[in-house]
Design a protein around this ligand. Structure first.
Ligand SMILES: [Zn+2]
Length: 451
């Protein structure tokens, strides 16, 4: 099989695994789906929550210069005029004149692919038009008197409009940041590549306010680039699959002085899943102008007052999840040792893994084994931070493989020796090695690895 097929194959396998095991389902599937939306299942919800928790701990809790907000998705329409989204948040759109399907003009490959679907007929396209990505909504209870607004196209604005509120309600001083996690909505012309380009998605962002100064801007821009790259490396994404890509002048967003993406080497090509942007004073000065409210910072010590600059880090939660799944997906052939054939294993960082441990009785029909296994299961649920699974179906090999496939880092088996000396076997997902550990020492053994 050639490389392109292999890569497509990998995406198909991951999509199938996500549905089969309950990570991610197509949105509204029983009604034939809603294009560009995805629903997270029981395991995907846990994975996503773990990622967001680790991100929040790293970006907010362990620092002393960051606070959080959780702003409303629906905002005053003027906020989007101020931020420039009504005018400039557009993609170039072309339409096939035969079937009226629409594509992004800059996605040349998809346009070429589409031409092939018309059996050699000459395909004419409309001229590229600007298409605004903001999703409209209508708010109010009186038909005809509703106000038109936008579901937020990015979560940034919710932090920016609260800049003064945060200053006035905390004692935080520049440089400082506002962190936020939340949903955003875009009328993507061509959603695709599984969850990569969706119409509803979640973002994790920090807006870091600094003195309006070129040197300061460069310093903090570099700082946040390294900080974010190190964060993704710390999650265990392979170094060779991550890179920075600086935006060319013509592709910079309307607000950006400088912009660099962190890209992942996805099966569908190097792809952006987070960006670091020097937004200058764009947001605050525009909101100051449009709202008529002061958006300045007063430096009492230096006796200055200014509109600060903002160095933003903006990451897609769903894209991060997708790339973590791709990066950790492996097919092993442990048959060389165990003779049990192939297995699929998600080598997820244990801190991210949906389930932290699974407990099995060696045999499902031996009452004392089952009872002891249940006791271990319930006490672990209490003593470790994270989900624990219990499984008594099938043979032990199948149970191991079932947990490997969802990334559970440790499997704990209660066997006949347990009944004698109160030890269990703990099997490591990655090495498949087993060791015996006292039941009372289990939480102590697991906690530092998973939390
Ligand atoms: Zn067509």
């Amino acid at each position: 099989m050639d490389q392109k097929n292999n890569k497509q194959n990998l995406m198909d396998k991951i999509t199938a695994l996500c549905k089969r095991r309950g990570f991610i389902y197509p949105g509204s599937e029983i009604y034939g789906g809603l294009q560009g939306t995805w629903d997270y299942g029981p395991l995907g919800t846990l994975l996503k929550k773990n990622l967001k928790d680790i991100w929040w701990k790293d970006a907010v809790e362990k620092r002393d210069d960051m606070v959080g907000v959780d702003a409303a998705i629906m905002m005053h329409p003027k906020a989007w005029e101020a931020s420039g989204h009504v005018e400039a948040f557009t993609d170039p759109l072309v339409e096939c004149k035969i079937c009226h399907e629409r594509f992004r003009a800059d996605e040349k490959e998809k346009v070429l692919e589409h031409i092939k679907t018309h059996d050699g007929k000459k395909v004419d396209w409309t001229n590229p038009q600007k298409f605004n990505l903001l999703v409209k909504a209508y708010l109010g209870v009186i038909e005809g008197k509703q106000s038109e607004l936008y579901l937020r196209g990015e979560i940034t604005n919710g932090a920016q409009v609260n800049f003064r509120n945060v200053l006035d309600s905390t004692r935080i001083k520049i440089p400082f940041g506002i962190a936020q996690i939340g949903k955003a909505f875009r009328n993507e012309i061509t959603p695709g590549n599984f969850t990569f380009r969706s119409r509803e998605f979640e973002q994790m962002e920090t807006q870091y306010y600094i003195k309006p100064d070129k040197k300061e801007g460069e310093k903090w821009f570099e700082y946040w680039k390294d900080n974010r790259m190190n964060f993704y490396l710390s999650l265990g994404i392979k170094k060779e699959n991550l890179r920075f890509r600086e935006h060319r002048e013509e592709e910079k967003a309307h607000y950006a002085i400088a912009a660099t993406d962190i890209e992942y080497n996805a099966p569908f090509g190097w792809s952006e899943f987070m960006g670091i942007h020097n937004r200058g004073d764009w947001d605050l000065s525009r909101h100051q102008k449009y709202s008529g409210q002061k958006m300045t910072y007063k430096d009492e010590v230096a006796g200055e007052e200014y509109v600060p600059w903002d160095i933003e880090t903006s990451a897609g939660v769903d894209r991060s999840i997708l790339f973590l799944l791709i990066d950790s997906y492996e097919e092993d052939d442990p048959s060389t040792g165990s003779g049990q054939g192939k297995r699929v294993v998600l080598k997820l960082n244990p801190k991210l893994a949906p389930y932290k441990a699974a407990v099995f009785p060696l045999l499902a029909n031996k009452e004392d084994l089952v009872k002891t296994a249940k006791d271990v299961y319930y006490s672990l649920k209490k003593d470790i931070n994270g989900m624990v699974a219990f499984d008594a179906r099938g043979n032990i090999g199948k149970r191991y493989y079932s947990q490997d496939e969802i990334g559970t880092p440790y499997c704990i088996t209660v066997d006949f020796q347990t009944l004698e000396d109160e030890t269990v076997t703990v099997r490591n997902r990655d090495t498949m090695k087993q060791e015996r550990i006292k039941i009372e020492k289990l939480a102590e053994f697991l906690n530092p690895k998973i939390d």
